[in-house]
Design a protein around this ligand. Structure first.
Ligand SMILES: [Zn+2]
Length: 181
């Protein structure tokens, strides 16, 4: 008698337990239906990126606009304040009819660090890479994100950067910053 242990990633690993060990176990209930392929590759709780479609999040306009190259967020028309990250309701007045507004594409590095180990799932091969806080030009927002364009050892506080969207590779997109100048 064998017991198959579902692997975390990939589909080849099978663990065979000694017959007496397996027999002593309480039979497990039928497994739930297997999730789609993309979820198999990135277990939800370890997935660095959010779900983006209209049936998954009310913030889907953010990703739709990002897919078109536009970095945007929500603003409460009653309070007039920009909210970051984008919200489904105003934290002050609870209004849900928020408006989408484009954000400036350029900014300057306020602070940065480098990921040298322990990268999120799917980014292991990209280390080392820089992450940081970017002050957008002309908007009172400080955004966190990846910073591409030059090695982290050559980054400096105040470095001009530009926001860009990039393809995660499984149908989703996200934003990051790239050095300019
Ligand atoms: Zn409000």
């Amino acid at each position: 008698m064998t017991t198959e242990v579902r692997p975390r990633r990939g589909a080849k690993a099978t663990m065979v337990l000694p017959a007496e060990t397996a027999a002593a176990r309480t039979p497990e209930p039928e497994p739930a239906p297997r999730p789609s392929k993309s979820f198999e590759k990135r277990p939800f709780l370890l997935d660095f990126f959010p779900l983006e479609t209209a049936d998954q999040t009310r913030l889907h306009p953010f990703y739709d606009r990002l897919r078109a190259g536009r970095l945007s967020t929500t603003r409460c028309p009653r309070d007039g304040e920009l909210l970051w990250p984008p919200r489904t309701a105003c934290p002050k007045c609870h209004l849900e009819e928020l408006e989408w507004v484009d954000l400036p594409e350029t900014g300057h590095v306020y602070a940065f660090s480098a990921v040298l180990a322990g990268a999120p799932l799917g980014m292991e091969g990209e280390m080392p890479f820089a992450v940081g806080l970017v002050d957008l030009d002309g908007a009172p927002l400080r955004l966190f994100g990846r910073i591409e364009g030059r090695p982290w050892t050559e980054l400096r506080i105040g470095q001009p950067v530009r926001a860009e969207s990039y393809d995660i590779g499984d149908g989703r997109v996200f934003y990051r910053f790239r050095t300019v100048g």
